[in-house]
Design a protein around this ligand. Structure first.
Ligand code: ZN
Length: 309
């Protein structure tokens, strides 16, 4: 049997037909630049109907539909509770009800990082492990936890909001409303922001060369830039304390780090490993593997196709 997997991102919808072992038979990418909720729902319908039509033509038996989307998702009710700034009005969306209007297949809806965690567990770096923590370091920081071989969802699916773990109650203001979240240390947005602030402090007229990205900051770090070194030190220290908290909480076998910040990020893992050896409880820290994600651009739709198994 096969699934329709759908990945609703801030700039595109990726839909595909996925086999049980994660093979993508057919896929479509629909750009959704700056579209709002109603337009997204129409394009989602078109994408799902297109998948169904293709499967019918090829006599591919479909079993279910899985959808991954940014935001807090009530997995049980199939509702996007509060969304992402990338999609306008993407909150209180009764997504399962919407999709049920045009399909009879069972529908599973989950948070995008949970879906990526599933893909990582089934096919990626976390394959074969039963206790896994995944962190996606991008614009924000997302998390997913596999416990005893299955996604940890909590009461309704809101578990593993790891990016908003408090590391410093008096720290920087996070866009969730709290202070000093892991996200304010380890997201690309904050790495770039810290670098920009330092550059502006040192040279107030440098405004024209801004803004900078996290990857540009890392480039400067590798070139020996003193300010970039300071920024990377802050990032690694924050990330290490976050990772140690996660190790103490979940006793995982492996921690997988992915997202834009971790692109070519083996050096980040090496710095992180050194740092956590100095701050965690050694009995818990010692055997934990920390590895780079093996996610691809298709991981979102593949993981979505694996929902409900
Ligand atoms: Zn936060």
């Amino acid at each position: 049997m096969y699934s329709i997997g759908v990945d609703i991102g801030g700039t595109k919808i990726l839909a595909g037909i996925v086999s049980k072992n994660g093979e993508v038979l057919y896929k479509r990418k629909i750009p959704t630049p700056e579209l709002g909720r109603d337009e997204i729902l129409i394009l989602l319908k078109e994408a799902i109907l297109k998948m169904t039509e293709w499967a019918n033509t090829e006599t591919i038996p479909l079993e279910k539909i899985g959808i991954g989307t940014a935001g807090q998702v009530d997995f049980i009710k199939g509702v996007v509770l509060s969304g992402t700034t990338n999609i306008k009005d993407w909150g209180d969306v009764f997504l399962r009800e919407e999709v049920e209007k045009y399909t009879h297949l069972p529908i599973y809806i989950d948070n995008d990082v949970n879906v990526l965690t599933l893909a990582e567990h089934q096919l990626g770096a976390a394959q074969g492990y039963k206790e896994v923590v995944c962190l996606a370091l991008g614009t924000g920081v997302g998390g997913g936890v596999i416990s005893n071989g299955a996604l940890l969802r909590g009461a309704w699916g809101g578990a593993a909001e790891l990016g908003h773990m408090t590391l410093d109650m008096n720290g920087e203001q996070c866009n969730c409303g709290m202070r000093g979240c892991l996200e304010t240390y380890a997201s690309g947005t904050w790495v770039a922001k810290r670098m920009e602030n330092l550059m502006q402090l040192q040279n107030p007229s440098s405004g024209s060369s801004l803004p900078i990205t996290s990857q540009q900051t890392f480039q400067l770090y590798h070139e020996g830039d003193a300010m970039a070194k300071q920024v990377v030190h802050t990032m690694i220290t924050g990330l290490a304390h976050g990772v140690v908290n996660l190790i103490h909480t979940f006793n995982p076998q492996i921690i997988v780090l992915g997202g834009g910040v971790m692109e070519n990020g083996q050096w980040i893992i090496e710095l992180l490993q050194k740092k956590i050896q100095t701050i965690g409880l050694q009995s818990l820290i010692n055997d934990v593997k920390i590895e780079l994600s093996q996610m691809s651009t298709e991981s979102g739709l593949i993981g979505a196709g694996m929902l409900g198994e």
